[in-house]
Design a binder for this molecule. Structure first.
Ligand code: AHR
Length: 516
């Protein structure tokens, strides 16, 4: 067996194969290519863009008159980066904002739209410059599907039905003609439509019973020749009651039931922990907290299996990611945070979890795409920077719509901190749409590399090539003055006797193509 060969760039991290030979913990992986599992829905790599802080205004939308290069108001740099990320679906306009959003205020000439106050997020003025037409233009420019979140909290069944008619009708109805008069004669392609958001909280403090009655009422009046997949707003964190009740009592043809889970370093909403400048205690606690996602999905999916064996409903995690104390330099109420190597490792752990549940998890939307919480992109005026999380998403692109493959890990060492531990290695494999074999590996340990012997059951590996994301510091991040402080580097390895040995640096994410 031959140890992995890092490129010159990787050697710059001081991680020479020779330097750590013999010292690294070891594990074994077997990929079963003969028994492919379910297809990994590309929509688990979905995004979320809310009218919150600079998530839309400034970060994506600058307006057609801006000096910042834009296409019909959407900034070219951000759209180009998101297109390169193969974003499959974007959720909009919220979040909590969705339940205060009235779609009629966001159509027609922009200078005539009413200015409102965004009471959820900072009490700032909402110009309504970005409305339905602008949103569909954005997803068209990115090449993504549209996931629109309807207003259950302050809306009505009629307003909801009419919005869907406005977006989708190919008739000559007054609403379809209004859409044409506003510049879009053809129906928009609406792939997903949610009825409310976090109905247990900001969406109206409802019980599952009350929400379900409203969902059944609202959904009864939604008609379209190309019906969007309807999404019901479900539970949060470790609460199973919503999934349980909804999957028994929702009426209609099925669709998705949502779930939200945010990862906080401390678990305390009053003092969540900082995005950078943290110690190993919070590296560990954050990764440990995010691994709870596996248990959350397992227990919710068990409820779905029990109540909905026909699989009418899938599980949609339409908000997830890290939530830290707000950046000290950001205005209050706008949830802006930095993004470091820790976020990328955490994202990859979640990808591996979602992929392991590909059978029933049909979509996930990280919160949020630009400038808010765990973002892909940060902007400041005309400057833009890609985050480590962006790089993790890009590395996993080959897994979109790939066929999952069973992976067995043997002898997975623990990464211990204090009296606790988490698995050091996380892995996921799939046969890509291009026929190639992909293997994603995460080393959670910030102090030690790990040597992984990879066996392809029923076949022989010849070599592997791909990329690795790591850095010296746990909180390595990109800034406007150093936009490439952390980015993936190329990596390759050759096999001996059909087996590969891959050495994964401490605190790293790697994605390989395994050549057979
Ligand atoms: O993503 C930020 C907020 O978190 C969303 O608006 C809300 O749905 C959740 O509580």
């Amino acid at each position: 067996m031959q140890a992995i060969k890092f490129t010159a760039a990787i050697l710059a991290f001081g991680l020479t194969a020779a330097a750590s030979a013999g010292a690294a913990p070891q594990a074994g992986i077997t990929i079963d290519t003969a028994h492919p599992g379910p297809v990994i829905n590309k929509n688990i790599y979905g995004q979320f863009a809310e009218h919150l802080g600079r998530g839309i205004y400034g970060g994506l939308w600058v307006g057609p008159e801006s000096k910042i290069p834009n296409t019909r108001g959407w900034r070219k740099d951000a759209v180009g980066a998101l297109k390169a990320l193969h974003v499959p679906v974007v959720r909009w306009p919220g979040g909590c904002f969705a339940d205060q959003y009235h779609w009629r205020e966001g159509i027609g000439p922009r200078n005539k739209r009413p200015v409102k106050v965004n009471t959820n997020w900072g009490g700032v003025e909402e110009s309504n410059a970005v409305g339905t037409h602008e949103f569909f233009d954005l997803v068209d420019q990115i090449g993504a599907e549209a996931y629109v979140n309807g207003n259950l909290g302050t809306g009505s069944a009629q307003e909801t039905a009419e919005w869907v008619e406005y977006m989708t009708s190919d008739s000559q109805s007054t609403l379809a003609r209004l859409r044409a008069a506003n510049g879009h004669p053809k129906p928009f392609r609406l792939a997903f439509f949610a009825i409310g958001n976090e109905a247990w909280g900001c969406g109206g403090q409802m019980t599952p019973e009350y929400y379900t009655n409203l969902y059944n009422q609202y959904s009864s009046f939604i008609h379209a020749s190309h019906m969007p997949t309807l999404i019901a707003s479900g539970g949060n964190d470790s609460d199973l009651a919503w999934t349980d009740y909804l999957s028994k009592n929702l009426r209609g043809n099925g669709g998705g039931i949502t779930f939200h889970y945010y990862t906080l370093p401390t678990g305390n909403w009053e003092k969540k922990g900082s995005a950078t400048g943290f110690g190993e205690d919070q590296w560990f606690s954050t990764l440990k907290a995010t691994l709870k996602m596996d248990d959350i999905i397992t227990r919710n999916v068990a409820k779905l299996e029990q109540n909905d064996p026909a699989k009418k409903y899938s599980f949609v995690i339409d908000e997830w990611g890290t939530w830290y104390d707000q950046s000290p330099d950001a205005n209050s109420g706008i949830l802006q945070q930095q993004n470091s190597l820790r976020d990328a490792v955490l994202a990859a752990l979640n990808f591996n979890i979602f992929q392991a549940h590909a059978d029933r998890v049909s979509m996930a939307n990280i919160a949020q795409m630009v400038n808010v919480l765990q973002s892909m992109i940060l902007t400041e005026k005309d400057k833009m920077v890609l985050t480590p999380t962006y790089h993790a998403f890009k590395m996993y692109v080959p897994f979109q719509d790939a066929s999952s493959l069973p992976v067995k890990i043997e002898g997975n060492p623990q990464y211990g901190f204090g009296n606790e531990g988490i698995p050091m290695l996380s892995a996921s494999a799939a046969r890509g749409k291009d026929g190639a074999l992909y293997l994603a590996l995460v080393n959670t340990n910030p102090n030690e590399s790990i040597e992984v012997a990879v066996d392809v059951a029923g076949g022989k590996a010849v070599s592997a090539s791909g990329s690795v994301l790591t850095a010296d510091a746990m909180d390595a991040h990109n800034t406007f003055s150093q936009p490439d402080a952390i980015k993936p580097e190329a990596v390759s390895a050759s096999a001996s006797g059909g087996k590969l040995t891959l050495k994964l640096p401490a605190k790293s994410v790697s994605v390989f193509t395994v050549n057979q």
